[in-house]
Write a protein that binds this ligand. Structure first.
Ligand code: ZN
Length: 679
């Protein structure tokens, strides 16, 4: 029986992939790669070269990535018990393989020998070797046999634990639902949110309205439900997910998973001679030391906290005067912020949404990047995908050459992981025979699905999210680098990887761009000037409160990894409380278990790296300032960004790419100005 996951030509045949294909495909490929590696090393005869060693290894890795990417993707967007089990069973095997390669002394020696022949290699090749030698050391190649074995065991356990952490959050998210039959409890909710809740209830064969912790539903309650008790209930369920508190206390509890993850990360870092996991994390980032990261975050906190305090004071005053709220609680903040915003700018998301029907926004996004980068984007029908909602597109450049392809999966549904992200399906790769495989991306969002026959109408925040993720997509797809390990976002320092994505967000706030992005779903009329004026005025509304919130997450993440203590353990909530005292302005409830659901750092790759969002925002704001100076559709500036940053991917240091684009190193001025914090 042929295994569709092992096909190396073309797009993944999604309709034929079954959970039972995953493990055999992984087993078979790992075994083949191991055998191939032995043959390669035997055939070197003391003379390793790029062609005889590194190129075949890139090919091996690409083969593995091709089968694992659709499995990982399906596990995230079409999750079910069998697939989850198959996926989780593979994690330790993949982790073992990765550390085995990383700790392979013969391979390490061979790479060093190739690296010494630098005169015959180009920049991208040299970067691959530098990264590889660094990663060998970070995998423990120089450790004793016992040290290596321990390191391998740690990595394996960590990969299983991260996955369990995410599964717990996903299960906890789906376990909670609020069935409402009394319509008076819906006071304040816009018609579109009611319709969504009605649709959710109907799907379950229920009368009335059903609310869940999926983002569109949860946000609707938090920003619009006048019923304070309903908000509190949803908020409590959300911030206690996968913890020892709240409606499902102890049922999906991540407490021990979290402690174990921190202990293992610390142990691994110490094994390699780092002071802490934070130091280990920075070995692959732009920031040079924990001190530099902490000073950066503290400096921003000092600049933004007084403004955040003023914003909250004003909000408290508003809630008191409007509804007699004496102590503003965490579950009141979004609700009153939205009311205050409505009052100050006479602006509601509901008023904006009709101008942002999903199909129009998507086409508008494509028009914007077509103008900036001289590319063309067209839909292709009849592509084998995993769900009827999915659409597929192709990017061609001015010369008509295919540059990339991508799947778009926009709407929230059950068994789909929350949030929005871009993931790699296929990496750009020049095969040894000379043909180039163009990169393919997945763009996944969780927007409110269309209700009835009308198109999905996006909030402006959702439009911004879509632009953000597409920025990652462009980074992945417009690369010119032929070696997968430094093509696109691969090999890019974590704290620079948000530059292209955050840059894209800026166009969502420009009049000229909104003419292209927006169009009333009935009349096609673009966003009217006076509505734009109010949207624009609202841009920095509560900007400082949002910054201190990001800083709270970033400082918490960095400090729990930097200050881990073997005797005292993770001290997760002690540190979180300290950080909150120091930078936060909104008071959280005692039951708040934010860390238990912080998948970015316990599940995803942001451990001791959450600061990257702000760090990269310095870069993206400064990069956008170049467009502000020359015109936001200036094609010369666009081409420079394309060539200096998007096309180069991870083939050189992020700072070198930035300087190539901007002509100098980044400064923080543009970020402060965009956030309304400039002096
Ligand atoms: Zn991002």
């Amino acid at each position: 029986m042929s295994n569709p996951l092992l096909e190396m030509d073309g797009l993944p045949p999604f309709s034929r992939i079954r959970p039972e294909h995953v493990e055999p495909a992984v087993d078979q490929t790992l075994a083949a790669n191991r055998a191939r590696l032995r043959t390669l090393l035997d055939a070197l005869e003391g003379q390793p070269t790029w062609e005889r060693l590194v190129a075949p290894i890139e090919a091996m890795e690409e083969r593995l990535s091709r089968l694992w990417s659709p499995a990982r993707h399906l596990n995230a967007v079409m999750n079910n018990e069998t697939l989850r089990e198959a996926y989780n069973d593979c994690l330790p095997k993949l982790s073992e393989y990765a550390t085995e390669l990383g700790q392979h002394e013969g391979l390490y020696r061979a790479f060093r020998a190739v690296a010494e022949t630098t005169d015959r290699l180009d920049g991208a090749q040299r970067k691959i070797l530098d990264n590889a030698l660094r990663d060998f050391r970070l995998s423990g190649v120089t450790l004793s046999e016992a040290g290596k074995a321990r390191f391998r065991a740690i990595m394996q356990e960590l990969s299983t634990l991260s996955s369990r952490f995410e599964d717990n959050v996903l299960d906890a998210t789906h376990a909670w639902r609020k069935h409402v039959t009394d319509e008076s409890r819906l006071a304040g909710l816009p018609e579109s949110d009611r319709a969504l809740a009605r649709q959710a209830a109907q799907r379950e064969g229920l009368k009335g309205w059903l609310f869940t912790l999926e983002m569109p539903s949860y946000l609707a309650v938090m920003t619009h439900a006048a019923d304070r008790a309903l908000r509190r209930e949803a908020h409590e369920a959300y911030v206690t997910r996968a913890s020892d508190q709240g409606p499902h206390a102890g049922r999906f509890d991540n407490t021990e998973v979290m402690e174990r993850i921190l202990a293992l990360r610390h142990e691994a870092a110490r094994l390699l001679g780092f002071h802490s996991y934070a130091d280990y994390s920075l070995a692959t980032k732009m920031a040079r030391s924990p001190k530099e990261v902490l000073e950066f975050l503290d400096d921003l906190a000092q600049r933004s906290r007084p403004a955040a305090r003023r914003e909250l004071d004003e909000l408290e005053r508003f809630a008191r005067e409007r509804d007699g709220i004496a102590g503003l609680e965490a579950w009141d903040v979004a609700y009153y912020a939205e009311r205050l915003k409505e009052q100050t700018f006479s602006l509601t998301q509901e008023e904006l949404k009709p101008y942002f029907p999903a199909p129009r926004v998507l086409r508008g996004l494509f028009d914007v990047v077509e103008r900036l980068y001289g590319i063309r984007i067209e839909e292709r029908a009849g592509i084998d995908a995993w769900h009827p909602d999915v659409r597929f597109f192709e990017i061609r450049d001015a010369e008509g050459a295919a540059r990339g392809q991508f799947y778009v999966d926009l709407y929230a549904r059950p068994h789909k992981r929350g949030g929005a992200w871009m993931d790699e399906c296929i990496n750009r790769w020049r095969r040894p025979e000379g043909d180039v495989d163009v990169p393919v991306a997945y763009l996944t969002c969780n927007f409110s699905p269309p209700v009835g026959d009308e198109p999905a109408l996006l909030t402006h925040d959702e439009v911004v999210t879509l632009f953000h993720e597409f920025g990652h997509g462009l980074h992945h797809m417009l690369t010119r680098v032929d070696h997968p390990s430094v093509a696109g976002i691969n090999g890019v320092e974590w704290d620079a990887v948000e530059l292209p994505s955050q840059l894209m967000e800026n166009w969502c706030w420009q009049r000229e761009a909104l003419d292209v992005i927006s169009g009333h779903y009935r009349t096609g009329e673009p966003l009217p000037d006076e509505l734009f004026a109010r949207l624009d005025a609202s841009r920095t509304f509560h900007a400082a409160m949002q910054i201190v919130r990001q800083l709270e997450f970033a400082l918490f993440d960095f400090r729990i990894h930097a200050e881990y203590d073997v005797d005292r353990g993770g001290c997760v909530y002690d540190i979180l409380n300290e950080v909150r005292d120091h930078v936060a302005v909104v008071r959280q409830a005692p039951f708040n278990r934010f860390a238990h659901g912080f998948t970015h750092i316990f599940g995803g790759g942001y451990a001791a790296g959450y600061y990257s969002y702000k760090w990269a925002e310095v870069l993206s704001a400064d990069a956008f300032a170049a467009f502000e100076e020359a015109g936001i559709f200036d094609s010369t500036t666009g081409r420079r960004f394309l060539e200096a940053i998007l096309e180069k991917g991870g083939s050189r240091d992020a700072m070198d790419s930035f300087v190539a684009f901007r002509g100098r190193e980044p400064t923080i001025e543009a970020l402060l100005r965009h956030s309304g914090l400039a002096a």
